[in-house]
Design a protein around this ligand. Structure first.
Ligand code: A3P
Length: 302
């Protein structure tokens, strides 16, 4: 089954999910060839849920003994260059790339739904960190991102209400959003030591305890000395929206020649959706989530 996203990009439906056609091959190659290692950390998200932030945080936490804060690669490279994505970078145009291109312990990101991950990720002892975000903010964030980057050059984008309707039908890159979230939520319930489920809103509310949580989860908790020296605060500050957005490297340049570095840093707020969507639209998503999440234990207050 095929569809055109509201911005003109081609989508294909595969195992119940709408995938961007341009990522279909890389995803299939990753599924066929990627061999996860127990030491890998996989960062999973739906697009616009906080991928950039999670990359910066996890990289900084995992490499804190390698790079002092003032020598962090994040100061001179966009987070998407520092932490590659399976389908965008590793398997983009390469069917079976050399996994040793990335040194251990590897940190990789993906938007692939849990059910569709390479078997070796689901079956190995690697860690998976998922960040979810209020779908209304995801929709608005994605709308801005796609309008800014214009992936389908000649397409005339659909109006906001039509795009929103498609989103509510689950027709959007890596959608339906409820199945994407539930896949990782259920995996987390089944195996909380392997799958950490975070919320963008919780990171905004209390970044320090979430930085510690990520460190513990990847088996690298902060020592009392590190805590005393303020390392948790330093990492949180380095990875903050304001700091990353204002770095020269993130003001220009692009990822893969496709996505402007600056387009990953728009507002970085919770609830920006109210500036664009009507209360009826919010109600529609609320009802949708209530229905889809019923009995799962996943509660998303919006
Ligand atoms: P907004 O468009 O609402 O501002 P992703 O990284 O998954 O592509 O998501 C991008 C969204 O996360 C954008 O949301 C962006 O501004 C926000 N973001 C990027 N870096 C962030 C950071 N360090 N802290 C908080 N939000 C961040």
């Amino acid at each position: 089954e095929q569809q055109t996203n509201w911005d003109g990009q081609r989508l294909v439906k595969y195992n119940g999910f709408w995938l961007l056609e341009l990522l279909f091959r890389p995803i299939l190659s990753a599924r066929k060839y990627f061999k996860a290692k127990a030491t890998d950390v996989i960062l999973s998200t739906m697009p616009k849920s906080g991928t950039t932030w999670l990359k910066a945080l996890t990289f900084s936490i995992a490499n804190r003994s390698v790079f002092p804060i003032d020598q962090s690669p994040l100061l001179t490279s966009n987070p998407h260059k520092v932490v590659p994505a399976l389908e965008f970078n590793l398997y983009w145009g390469k069917e079976n790339p050399d996994p040793e291109l990335i040194p251990d312990p590897r940190i990789l990101s993906t938007h692939i739904p849990f059910e569709m991950l390479p078997d070796s990720i689901r079956e190995s002892d690697c860690r998976i960190i998922y960040v979810s975000r209020n779908p209304l903010d995801v929709f608005i964030s994605h709308r801005h991102f796609l309008l800014e980057n214009k992936f389908a050059k000649d397409a005339v984008p659909l109006a906001l209400d039509e795009a929103f309707d498609m989103f509510c039908q689950g027709i959007h890159p890596f959608g339906p959003f409820w199945d994407h979230m539930l896949g990782y939520w259920n995996a987390h319930l089944k195996n909380p030591e392997r799958v950490l489920f975070l919320k963008y809103e919780d990171l905004k509310e209390d970044i320090l305890s979430n930085v510690k949580k990520i460190a513990e989860f990847i088996g690298s908790p902060f020592s009392p000395e590190e805590e005393k020296q303020g390392v948790v605060e330093q990492i949180s500050r380095l990875c903050s929206f304001e700091n990353l957005k204002n770095l020269e490297v993130n003001k220009s340049g692009n990822v893969l020649g496709l996505m402007k570095n600056s387009s990953f840093f728009r507002k970085g707020e919770v609830g920006d959706c109210v500036n664009f969507l009507t209360p009826e639209m919010a109600e529609r998503i609320k009802n949708l989530m209530e229905r889809e999440f019923q009995g799962s234990g996943l509660i998303y207050n919006i």
